[in-house]
Design a protein around this ligand. Structure first.
Ligand SMILES: Cc1cc2nc3c(=O)[nH]c(=O)nc-3n(C[C@H](O)[C@H](O)[C@H](O)COP(=O)(O)O)c2cc1C
Length: 158
């Protein structure tokens, strides 16, 4: 049992690998954010205007999550990981941040991407979440970043 949690969404497995290493590097608990409806390859074809990813983005839709974290109360720091989608976080991350009471906790965002930085993701998603969500850090990782880089960042957050 840790007071730190790494919660992540990953459509293709890249962010998952970083999340697993991050959790191991600081002894945090690890939980995948699993969409009720898994994303198929077709769902992720952003070059198709009618693909699920584009519809969700345009419709600002919540994305139902299959699983729940039962002991969110025990965590002081929650690292939330995701792939950058459209220069921001996928909608499922906003859905996740609406699901729990994060008051009194530190939220730290981390991401992987095809080249974009994490940029203003925190500022973009913050107004979409009504609750008390204190985003204290944001970091883009390369899949090649070593455990020491992951650990140093996680420790700098809290
Ligand atoms: C719908 C969609 C939108 C994306 N938008 C961006 C983007 O704006 N900038 C970028 O650098 N990469 C973008 N990507 C690429 C992913 O961020 C990148 O491949 C990421 O490492 C995938 O992580 P995952 O394997 O954990 O899903 C996008 C991918 C998808 C499927």
């Amino acid at each position: 049992m840790s007071n730190r949690l790494v919660a992540y969404f990953s459509a293709g497995g890249v962010t998952a690998k970083v999340a697993e290493r991050l959790a191991a590097a600081v002894g945090a608990d690890l939980s995948e954010i699993i969409p009720t409806q898994p994303y198929s390859e077709k769902d992720l074809k952003w070059t198709n205007p009618l693909a699920r990813c584009n519809k969700e983005k345009i419709g600002k839709k919540d994305v139902p999550i299959k699983n729940r974290i039962s002991k969110m109360d025990q965590y002081d720091v929650v690292y939330v990981g995701f792939p950058i989608w459209y220069y921001s976080a996928p909608n499922i991350i906003v859905t996740f941040l609406k699901l729990y009471d994060f008051s009194g906790k530190k939220i730290a965002l981390f991401a992987t991407s095809g080249g974009s930085d994490i940029g203003r993701t925190a500022e973009k998603i913050r107004p979409l979440i009504p609750g008390d969500v204190n985003i204290v850090a944001s970091k883009l990782f390369q899949p090649t970043d070593g455990d020491e880089i992951l650990r140093a960042w996680a420790e700098s957050v809290g």
